[in-house]
Ligand binder design. Structure first.
Ligand code: ADP
Length: 603
C-alpha cells in the first residue's frame, strides 16, 4: 500500500517535471522564433530608413561646391581683411536657401569668420561669428570638403553641416557651408510611431523619432570622447557626459542590443552610414515576443496536461479491464471449485441415501418379521380356536348320531359348518392380504360403478341392522386410476364398518358421496355412529387391530384398505364429524394414460 503511494508520488513529480519541461521548451522555442522575426523586421526598417537618411544628406552634398563657384561669393571672399558683408552674396545665399530647402547657407573666410550668410538679416544671424574650431571648416581647409553634425553654436538648433573650400587660382579663399536640418526625418519617424534614430561615430544619438533617445550615448562614453565633444562643441549646451547610456553593453543578445526604456525592453538594430561613421538605429519592443512565448508555453503546458490526463485515463481503463478479467478468472475458478464441491456433495448424498435405503430395508425386513410373528400368532389364534370347537362340535354330532337324535345332529353339524365358514372367511382375507403386493398397472375405473357394486353387496347387512344407506354421486365423474375389484373391496370394508358403527345409535344412517375436483375424485362415507376415540384412532391402521368382540372381526380391513388406496396413489383419512359420527374420505387420483404407461414401463 505504502509502495503504491510512493509510486504515485513519483509519478506525480515526473508529470509535473514533464509539464514544466514541455512548457519551458515551447516557451524558449517560441521566444527564439519570435525574436528572429522581430530582428528581421528591425533589419527591414533599417534598410528603408538608410535610404531616406542617405538621400536626405545626398540632396545637399553638391550645394556648397556649387555656391563656391558663384562670382558673388568669390568676390566677397576676395575682399581680404574686410568684415563688411557683401550684400549681393547675402541675397544670393538667401535665395538659394529658400529654393533648395537647406536650413542655412553661409560663407567663411580663411580665418573661419562668417562673411556672408542666408540669415544675414535675421535674428541669430551667423554673420560675424567665427567657426574655425568646427571640424567641417578644418576638414574643408585641409581636404577640400568636410561634413559634420552638430548643434548650432549660434542657433542652438542641430543640423548637418556640409562644407566645401573655395579656391581661386589654386589658392583657397574661404569655405562655403550648407546647414541641413534633418529634423523633418525625425518628425516622420515620430509620426509613424517608429523607434528609429541616428547616432554619431561615438554612439551618441542626435536624431530620433523618440525624444527620450536624444543626446544619449548607446554605451558609456570614455573620457577622451567627452573631451573631444567639448573641444568640437558638437552638442553645444547639452550635457552628454551626464546622460544615461541607452543600452548597457552586457545586454547584447546575438549581436543585437537590448535597450531598457521605462515602458518596455526593445531590440535595437544598427546599420553603419558611411562616410561619417554614423549608425542608423531602429528598435522594436520585445513585449509581443514575450507575450507570444508565454502563450505558447501555456498552450504547451495545457496540451501536456491533457496528454498526461489522457495517458492516465487510458492506463486506468487498462487496469480496470485487467481487474475485470482477473475477477472473471477468479469467478470461473470459484464456480469450478463449487461445482466440484457440489459433485462431491451429490456423491456423498447418494452414498448416504444408499446407506439409508439399506438400513431402511433392513428395518423393514425386521418389521416384516415382527409382523409375520404377530400375524402367525393371530392366525393360530383365529384358526386353532374354531378348529378345536369344530373338533368338539363334530364329537357332539357323533354322540347325537349314536343316540339317534337327528335334530341334535342337524343342529350340531350346522354349528360345525358355521365354524368352517368362519375359518374360510379368515383364509379369504389372508389371501387378499398376501396377494396385495402386486396391484398390477392402474386401470381407468368408473368410481360410480364401483360404489354401486359395493353398496349392492352390503345391502343385506344394512337391511338387517335397519340402517339407511344413501348415495350421492356426482354426474359424469372422471375416471380414476386403480383396480375396480380392489377398490370395491375397499369400499365394501369402509361402508360395512360405518354400518356396524351405527348399530347402537338412535339414528342409523350412512351417507356415501362422491365429488371430483382438479386433484381427483373424493369419496366420503359419513355415519351417525359414536365416532372414534383418540386412542383408537392412533391404532386404526394396525393389522389385526379391532374393537369388535364378535369373532367375525379380524382387524385387517383398514390396514388392507389403506395399503390398496395408497398403492393407487390415493389417500385415506378418518375424521370426527362435528355433529357426531365418523367421516371417512378416500381421495383417488384421476386416470392419465401417459402416467399409466410410465408406471407400466418402470414396473
Ligand atoms: P374390523 O372391522 O374387523 O374391526 P377394521 O380394520 O375394519 O377391522 O376396523 C378396525 C377398527 O376401527 C374397528 O374395530 C373399529 O373400532 C374402528 N372403526 C372402523 N370404522 C369405524 C367407524 N366408521 N366408526 C367407528 N369406528 C370405526
Amino acid at each position: 500500500m505504502q509502495s503504491i503511494q510512493r509510486h504515485r508520488v513519483w509519478l506525480g513529480l515526473v508529470a509535473v517535471f514533464v509539464v514544466l519541461g514541455v512548457a519551458l521548451g515551447c516557451w524558449r522555442l517560441a521566444y527564439l522564433r519570435q525574436f528572429g522575426e522581430v530582428e528581421r523586421q528591425v533589419q527591414d526598417r533599417l534598410t528603408i530608413n538608410l535610404r531616406s537618411v542617405e538621400s536626405e544628406i545626398e540632396r545637399f552634398r553638391y550645394l556648397p561646391g556649387v555656391i563656391g563657384q558663384d562670382g558673388r561669393v568669390v568676390a566677397t571672399l576676395q575682399q581680404r581683411g574686410s568684415t563688411t558683408p557683401a550684400e549681393a552674396a547675402n541675397l544670393y545665399l538667401q535665395a538659394v536657401r529658400d529654393m533648395s530647402g537647406a536650413d542655412e547657407l553661409y560663407v567663411l573666410n580663411l580665418s573661419g569668420e562668417t562673411i556672408a550668410a542666408s540669415n544675414w538679416n535675421e535674428p541669430g544671424s551667423f554673420v560675424g561669428h567665427n567657426y574655425a574650431f568646427r571640424p567641417y571648416f578644418l576638414d574643408a581647409m585641409a581636404m577640400g570638403s568636410g561634413r559634420f553634425y552638430a548643434v548650432g553654436v549660434t542657433t542652438g538648433k542641430p543640423g548637418y553641416f556640409l562644407s566645401s573650400r573655395v579656391d581661386v587660382e589654386g589658392q583657397p579663399v574661404g569655405v562655403v557651408v550648407a546647414k541641413v536640418d534633418m529634423g523633418p526625418l525625425a518628425l516622420t519617424w515620430a509620426a509613424a510611431g517608429e523607434m528609429s534614430a541616428v547616432a554619431d561615430r561615438d554612439g551618441i544619438v542626435f536624431l530620433s523619432g523618440d525624444p527620450r533617445w536624444n543626446y544619449r550615448p548607446l554605451q558609456a562614453l570614455t573620457g577622451d570622447t567627452i573631451e573631444l565633444l567639448q573641444a568640437e562643441r558638437r552638442y553645444d549646451g547639452v550635457d552628454i557626459a551626464a546622460a544615461a547610456p541607452l543600452a548597457p553593453p552586457e545586454d547584447a543578445v546575438a549581436g543585437s542590443l537590448l535597450i531598457n526604456l521605462p515602458d518596455d525592453t526593445y531590440l535595437l538594430g544598427r546599420r553603419a552610414i558611411e562616410p561619417d561613421g554614423w549608425q542608423l538605429l531602429s528598435a522594436l519592443p520585445l513585449e509581443p515576443v514575450e507575450r507570444e512565448a508565454r502563450l505558447m508555453g501555456g498552450l504547451a503546458a495545457l496540451i501536456a496536461i491533457l496528454g498526461l490526463g489522457a495517458l492516465v485515463f487510458a492506463n486506468q481503463r487498462r487496469q480496470i479491464v485487467r481487474l475485470k478479467l482477473e475477477q472473471n478468472v477468479i469467478l470461473e475458478r470459484r464456480v469450478a471449485e463449487r461445482t466440484q464441491a457440489l459433485a462431491h456433495e451429490v456423491e456423498e448424498r447418494r452414498r448416504t441415501e444408499a446407506e439409508l435405503r439399506a438400513t431402511q430395508e433392513n428395518l423393514i425386513h425386521a418389521a416384516k418379521l415382527a409382523a409375520l410373528g404377530r400375524m402367525s400368532a393371530a392366525i393360530v389364534h383365529e384358526v386353532s380356536q374354531p378348529l378345536s370347537a369344530l373338533d368338539n362340535t363334530l364329537a357332539a354330532a357323533d354322540l347325537h348320531a349314536q343316540r339317534d337324535a337327528p335334530d341334535e345332529v342337524h343342529r350340531t353339524l350346522g354349528n360345525a359348518r358355521n365354524l368352517l365358514r368362519r375359518m374360510q372367511r379368515t383364509v379369504k382375507h389372508l389371501r387378499t392380504f398376501s396377494s396385495r403386493r402386486d396391484p398390477g398397472p392402474p386401470e381407468a375405473v368408473n368410481i360410480a360403478t364401483v360404489l354401486d357394486a359395493a353398496l349392492d353387496i352390503v345391502a343385506p347387512q344394512a337391511r338387517d341392522g335397519a340402517v339407511r344407506v344413501e348415495k350421492a354421486v356426482g354426474p359424469d365423474l372422471p375416471r380414476v386410476a386403480g383396480n375396480a375389484v380392489r377398490l370395491e373391496q375397499v369400499f365394501i370394508n369402509l361402508v360395512l364398518n360405518a354400518i356396524e358403527a351405527t348399530a347402537e345409535a338412535d339414528k342409523r344412517e350412512v351417507r356415501v358421496t362422491a365429488l371430483s375436483d382438479e386433484r381427483g375424485v373424493s369419496v366420503e362415507i359419513a355415519d351417525t355412529g359414536p365416532g372414534i376415540p383418540q386412542t383408537v384412532r392412533e391404532r386404526l391402521f394396525e393389522p389385526f387391530f379391532t374393537t369388535k368382540s364378535t369373532g367375525e372381526s379380524l382387524g385387517l380391513g383398514l390396514s388392507i384398505s389403506r395399503t390398496l388406496v395408497e398403492e393407487f396413489g390415493g389417500a385415506l383419512r378418518f375424521d370426527v364429524r362435528p355433529e357426531g359420527g365418523t367421516l371417512v374420505s378416500v381421495v383417488l387420483p384421476l386416470y392419465r394414460a401417459e402416467a399409466a404407461h410410465k408406471r407400466l414401463a418402470s414396473a
